[in-house]
Design a protein around this ligand. Structure first.
Ligand SMILES: NC(=O)c1ccc[n+]([C@@H]2O[C@H](COP(=O)([O-])OP(=O)(O)OC[C@H]3O[C@@H](n4cnc5c(N)ncnc54)[C@H](O)[C@@H]3O)[C@@H](O)[C@H]2O)c1
Length: 254
């Protein structure tokens, strides 16, 4: 049975991606800093083959333990999805070093550690692939998100570099770059008054938020076996990054 590991699998994009891979016949290993008992129960009841280990992906000790557990239980991974991440909305001039480092450690250092540990296993088998969940905030600047945007730009840089370094040894590395998605992260960000639904809907050519399922399907597409796609950062954004129009011009076309 093929094995996929999804980080940040307790909710949002990670949970939906876990459900998608379970439905495709993968054994899915869930990980999250939150407990995962309820998710295991629901996915098992749907007929999925699932297991879990909770912990903090920014901890080197936890990532090493996770990699050892997967190697012991399954020999190796076929797919690693680096999805866990946190948001941080704050003017750059008010961003503390602690906040900056927390965002970097979860959004960039964590994925690096997971790529390093599971990459070693994949390189030894000369097969496997990694999908990193970046953001359109990794492709463009967005006001008041200096730490978050820098972490996602860094994740795209890591994706490209590993694709170049490992592609010749059978391991592909790609990223998805979602636009704004309706998840708990969006609820918390909107709760702080940072933006509203209409800000996002008006900015997107396709006129809606991304759904977790849109992102999960793109991840599954990039993770397909025998693919020749390596090193891409695929927008899943309803056309946001393609569109440099001003709002009135876009809205006239609806
Ligand atoms: N929601 C959006 O609008 C949006 C847009 C673009 C990209 N993204 C990215 O998509 C990914 C998933 O986002 P989401 O909207 O589902 O977010 P979410 O907040 O709903 O879920 C994130 C999950 O990651 C887990 N997590 C956080 N810190 C962790 C840590 N240190 N170790 C392990 N797990 C940890 C959380 O517990 C949570 O279950 C993130 O990387 C996010 O940056 C989100």
């Amino acid at each position: 049975m093929r094995v996929a590991l999804i980080t940040g699998a307790a909710q949002g994009v990670g949970y939906t991606t876990a459900k998608t891979f379970a439905a495709m016949g993968y054994h899915v290993v869930l990980t999250d800093v939150q407990p995962l008992d309820a998710q295991i129960e629901t996915l098992s009841a749907l007929g999925g083959s699932v297991s879990a280990l909770s912990g903090d992906i920014s901890s080197e000790a936890f990532v090493t333990e996770l990699a050892e557990k997967v190697a012991c239980d399954h020999t190796a991974l076929d797919v690693l999805v680096n999805n866990a991440g946190i948001s941080m909305i704050c003017p750059a001039e008010d961003t503390s070093l602690d906040h900056w480092q927390r965002v970097m450690s979860i959004n960039l250092t964590g994925p690096f550690l997971l790529c390093r540990e599971f990459g070693k296993q994949m390189l030894a088998r000369r097969r496997g692939n990694i999908v990193n969940v970046a953001s359109i905030a990794g492709l463009h600047g967005v006001i008041d998100r200096s730490a978050y945007n820098a972490s996602k730009h860094g994740l795209i840089g890591l994706t490209r570099t590993l694709a170049a370094e490992w592609g010749g040894r059978g391991v592909r590395v790609n990223a998805v770059c979602p636009g704004w998605i309706k998840t708990e992260m969006d609820e918390a960000d909107q709760g702080s008054g940072a933006y509203s639904d209409s800000d996002i809907i008006n900015r997107v050519p396709m006129g809606r938020f991304a759904k977790p399922e849109d992102v999960a399907r793109a991840i599954a597409f990039l993770a397909q076996e025998d693919s020749f796609i390596n090193g891409v950062s695929l927008p899943v954004d309803g056309g946001w990054v393609a569109d440099a129009s001003w709002d009135d011009l876009r809205l006239k076309k609806r």
